[in-house]
Design a protein around this ligand. Structure first.
Ligand code: AN0
Ligand code: CP
Length: 319
């Protein structure tokens, strides 16, 4: 495996899922695979889970790890080609990337959507430049439009907690005071569709996601209706995708917050969220602290999803 950005990069998802569950049972049995190999993790944005779980996954595989925070301790990077660099950015990403590639074997990159220009964000310009100029396998640790490590962990978690063979999974928009990217819901829809899971998406009008990720998943604008019979409720805020309002907050409607009354409409659904989560805006204390909440188990599976991807990338060096 050379790049990991979308669900399709994993090939058959059932095979990947089985591999992940095998790794989870014995996560230290591939210690030799990563010996003398170095993972570089490049963060343009903050992280708790992705940083720790991916570093832990690399250590499970016997790898060395290096972490570079672009906004703390390194040169500010210019990312546009053709700019006369007379302002505050002393280094260009076109030199920085191949230099980073000299010191490592695999690169993970976190570079969020700026939410200023839709075509810039949806071109995945930063990740693509890492793929093109580093000379190394590259995986997304949340790019501008997808967060595949999260969604693969979500799929593993659903597999572990499902109580019937065809669970109903509801992706629900929730309010949030800040404008957030569409990466998490995009990838979640991508993975659920690719895994043939019964996905229903619910959001207020205007929050329609990119059809490239939604595909055949039905959209139900009535949150209460969507929740009926749900086995999993996956809450996430995102900003508007459509051209005229790209990156904007169209509604802060707190009637979309996930509370116990809404969870009681479901088929005893489990509550999921990628974290970090703003309590009593996205979800009430009562729901997130209840036995229905599996957010910690979900975060724990981030180690397994990262380890599966790193294992596959390391295996390509052997062939
Ligand atoms: C980010 C987002 O919504 O994409 C990261 C989530 C994993 N969330 C925030 O910035 C709060
Ligand atoms: N869910 C997730 O990716 O969390 P972090 O932003 O803390 O890495």
């Amino acid at each position: 495996m050379n790049t990991f950005i979308n669900a399709k990069d994993l090939g058959n998802l059932n095979v990947a899922l089985k591999e992940a569950l095998r790794i989870k049972k014995d996560r230290f049995s591939y210690k030799d695979l990563g010996r003398d190999k170095t993972l570089l993790m490049v963060f343009f944005n903050s992280s708790l889970r992705t940083r720790l779980s991916t570093q832990k996954a690399a250590m499970n595989l016997g790898m060395n790890t290096m972490i570079l925070d672009i906004n703390a301790g390194t040169w500010k990077l210019e990312t546009e080609r053709g700019v006369v660099m007379d302002a505050d950015k002393p280094e260009h990403i076109l030199e920085a990337i191949p230099v980073m590639g000299c010191y490592c074997d695999i690169i993970g990159v976190r570079s969020f959507a700026k939410l200023e220009n839709k075509s810039d964000d949806y071109s995945e310009n930063i990740l693509k430049q890492f793929v093109q100029y580093s000379g190394k396998p590259v995986f997304s640790m949340e790019g501008a439009t997808t967060h595949p490590l999260q969604s693969f962990a979500d799929l593993i978690t659903i597999e572990e907690f499902k109580t019937n063979s065809c669970p109903k999974v509801v992706l629900s928009w929730v309010p949030h005071p800040k404008s957030l990217p569409q990466a998490v819901p995009n990838s979640f829809a991508d993975f659920m569709n690719e895994a043939n899971i019964n996905l229903v998406i619910t959001h207020p009008e205007g929050y329609e996601l990119d059809p490239k990720f939604v595909r055949k998943a039905p959209v139900e604008y009535d949150q209460m209706k969507a929740f009926r019979g749900a086995d999993f409720v996956y809450a996430k805020n995102w900003s508007a995708f459509k051209d005229a309002y790209y990156g904007q907050i169209l509604s802060e409607d707190h009637s979309w917050t996930i509370d116990i009354a809404k969870m009681n409409l479901t088929n005893n659904a489990k509550f999921m969220h990628c974290l970090p989560v703003r309590r009593n805006i996205v979800v009430t204390d009562e729901v997130i602290e209840s036995s229905r909440s599996i957010v910690i188990q979900e975060a724990a599976n981030r180690e397994i999803s990262s380890q599966t991807i790193l294992k596959r990338m390391l295996e390509t060096f052997k062939t």
